[in-house]
Design a protein around this ligand. Structure first.
Ligand SMILES: NC(=O)c1ccc[n+]([C@@H]2O[C@H](COP(=O)([O-])OP(=O)(O)OC[C@H]3O[C@@H](n4cnc5c(N)ncnc54)[C@H](OP(=O)(O)O)[C@@H]3O)[C@@H](O)[C@H]2O)c1
Length: 266
C-alpha cells in the first residue's frame, strides 16, 4: 500500500499525477494544493474518490508542516514517495533571453525573486517538511520536477538562449537535489530531479509574440530531436515518469533524468 504525496497538484501534471496514482485503489494518494475546493470538485466530477486533498502553499513552511502532520495521521507516520511538482511559471516572460530584460530591470528582479521563492526555496520547504515522514518509509523516494531546459550541454548544443530565468533556476534546483542526495545517501533516501518532457499545460491563450517565440524554440527542439513530433499529453508523461521513479535506485540518487529515464529530454 504505497503512499504518494504530490505537492502542487491542482492542475497540469500535478493533477495528472493524482489521476494516475489513484487508479490503483491500494495507493494512498494525497494532493497538496493552494486552493482545495476546485480540485475536490474536479476529482468528484472525474469520479475519483481515493485522493485526499490538503491545503498547502510551497512558499509557506507552516502550511507545509500542517499538511505533513495531517498526512502522518493518514499514513501511520510515513511517506513512500514525495513528488514535488508545483512551480511558478510566467509564460510570456518564460521565453525571454538575457538581453530581452534590458530596460526591464524590475521585471527581471521580480521574476528571479518569485522563481527563487517557489521553485527553489519552496521546493526545499516541501522536502524539509516531509522528510521526517519519508525517513520512516522503506521506499524513501523524493522526486523533484525539473526541466530539460536546465541541461547545460543540451542548452549549448541546441543553441537555446531563451527561457533564461526558468532554465537557470531549474539548473540551481538540480544542484539542490544533488546536495540533498549526498547528505542523505547513507540513510537510503533516494532523490531524483525528473524532467517530464514537453506537455502543453497552459490555461491562457498565448499572444502572437509569445507564440512566435514558442515556435522558434520548438523548431530548435525539432532540429536537435528530429524524431520529436510535438508536446505529449500529461497522462502519457506521468505514466513514463512513474516507471522511472519506480526503477530509480539509491545508486542513482541525485541524478537529473528525463521521463525516459535517461538524458533524452524529448
Ligand atoms: N509542462 C511542461 O512542458 C514542463 C516541462 C518541463 C518541466 N515542467 C515542470 O513540471 C512541473 C509541472 O508543470 P506543469 O506544466 O504541470 O505546471 P502548471 O500547469 O503551470 O501547474 C503548476 C502547478 O504548481 C502549482 N503551484 C504554483 N505555485 C505554487 C505554490 N506557491 N504552492 C503550491 N503550488 C503551487 C500550481 O497551483 P495553482 O493552481 O494554485 O497555481 C499548479 O498546480 C513543474 O515543476 C514544471 O516546471 C513542465
Amino acid at each position: 500500500m504505497p503512499s504518494y504525496i504530490v505537492v502542487g497538484a491542482s492542475r497540469g501534471l500535478g493533477y495528472a499525477w493524482l489521476q494516475n496514482l489513484s487508479a490503483s485503489p491500494s495507493n494512498t494518494v494525497v494532493g497538496l494544493v493552494r486552493t482545495p475546493t476546485p480540485v475536490i470538485d474536479q476529482l468528484a466530477s472525474d469520479k475519483i474518490s481515493n485522493v485526499r486533498v490538503l491545503p498547502a502553499d510551497m512558499t509557506d513552511p507552516v502550511s507545509l508542516s500542517a499538511a505533513a502532520a495531517e498526512v502522518s495521521k493518514l499514513t501511520n507516520g510515513s511517506v513512500d514517495y514525495l513528488i514535488v511538482n508545483g512551480a511558478y511559471q510566467n509564460h510570456p516572460v518564460a521565453s525571454l533571453t538575457p538581453t530581452a530584460f534590458i530596460g526591464k530591470e524590475e521585471l527581471l528582479r521580480e521574476e528571479m525573486r518569485t522563481h527563487v521563492d517557489v521553485n527553489l526555496t519552496g521546493v526545499m520547504f516541501a522536502i524539509n517538511a516531509f522528510l521526517p515522514l519519508v525517513r520512516q518509509s522503506s521506499i524513501k523516494k523524493i522526486i523533484v520536477l525539473t526541466s530539460g531546459l536546465a541541461d547545460l550541454e543540451g542548452t549549448k548544443s541546441g543553441g537555446l538562449a531563451s527561457a533564461v530565468v526558468y532554465s537557470a533556476l531549474k539548473a540551481a534546483l538540480n544542484m539542490v537535489v544533488l546536495k540533498y542526495s549526498i547528505e542523505l545517501k547513507e540513510e537510503g533516501v533516494v532523490f531524483l530531479a525528473l524532467s517530464p518532457g514537453v506537455i502543453n499545460t497552459r490555461l491562457d491563450t498565448p499572444s502572437e509574440e509569445d507564440l512566435a517565440s514558442m515556435m522558434a524554440m520548438m523548431q530548435k527542439f525539432q532540429a536537435h530531436y528530429p524524431h520529436w513530433t510535438g508536446p505529449m499529453k500529461a497522462e502519457e508523461s506521468v505514466a513514463m515518469m512513474k516507471d522511472v521513479i519506480e526503477k530509480v535506485t539509491i545508486e542513482e540518487s541525485g541524478e537529473f533524468l528525463s521521463h525516459k529515464g535517461n538524458k533524452e529530454w524529448l
